[in-house]
Design a protein around this ligand. Structure first.
Ligand code: FAD
Length: 118
């Protein structure tokens, strides 16, 4: 395994960033105030402009800007599902398996029902 004190490649950066984005969704209020909704929308817009893998960022922006793919910021459930769909879009592009979005909360919030995260 390579040393860990080197700059991240696109894969390492991606894994860390998805951990952050899904954890962000998992800790979003179940019913967000209008201020929280505005801030989340602004965060995602800025994220999609600043993410330091430029082709990744551009594709993400294009997907986010397509009708039907707008961020769902009303609350945790919607945002978590939306983030899962965004991640699945990248998974499809890279030929990776799609994740079953009904289970995003088990993966990123509660831990799996089989108790392996307890
Ligand atoms: P990752 O895809 O990083 O996933 C990490 C973990 O998340 C998985 O092990 C799984 O437990 C869980 N997971 C998987 N899918 C989902 C889902 N849909 N919902 C919830 N949890 C899930 N790489 C490129 O090469 N080209 C790109 O254009 C590109 N665009 C990206 C755009 C963004 C916004 C981000 C954050 C990353 C992008 N990446 C891109 C990186 C890529 O998505 C992966 O992070 C990287 O290839 C490492 O993949 P991985 O197999 O380790 O798992």
């Amino acid at each position: 395994t390579p040393p860990t004190d080197c700059p991240p490649d696109v894969e390492d950066l991606g894994r860390s960033t998805w951990t952050f984005l899904h954890t962000l969704s998992a800790n979003y209020p179940s019913r967000a105030t209008s201020t929280q909704q505005t801030e989340m929308r602004q965060f995602l817009t800025l994220f999609s402009r600043l993410y330091p893998c430029w082709t990744c960022a551009e594709d993400f922006r294009t997907w986010m800007g397509t009708r039907g793919n707008e961020p769902r910021v009303e609350g945790r459930e919607g945002l978590g599902r939306w983030m899962c769909e965004a991640h699945n879009e990248v998974n499809r592009k890279l030929g990776k398996r799609e994740f079953e979005c009904a289970r995003w909360e088990e993966r990123w919030r509660s831990g799996w029902r089989d108790g392996r995260c307890d």
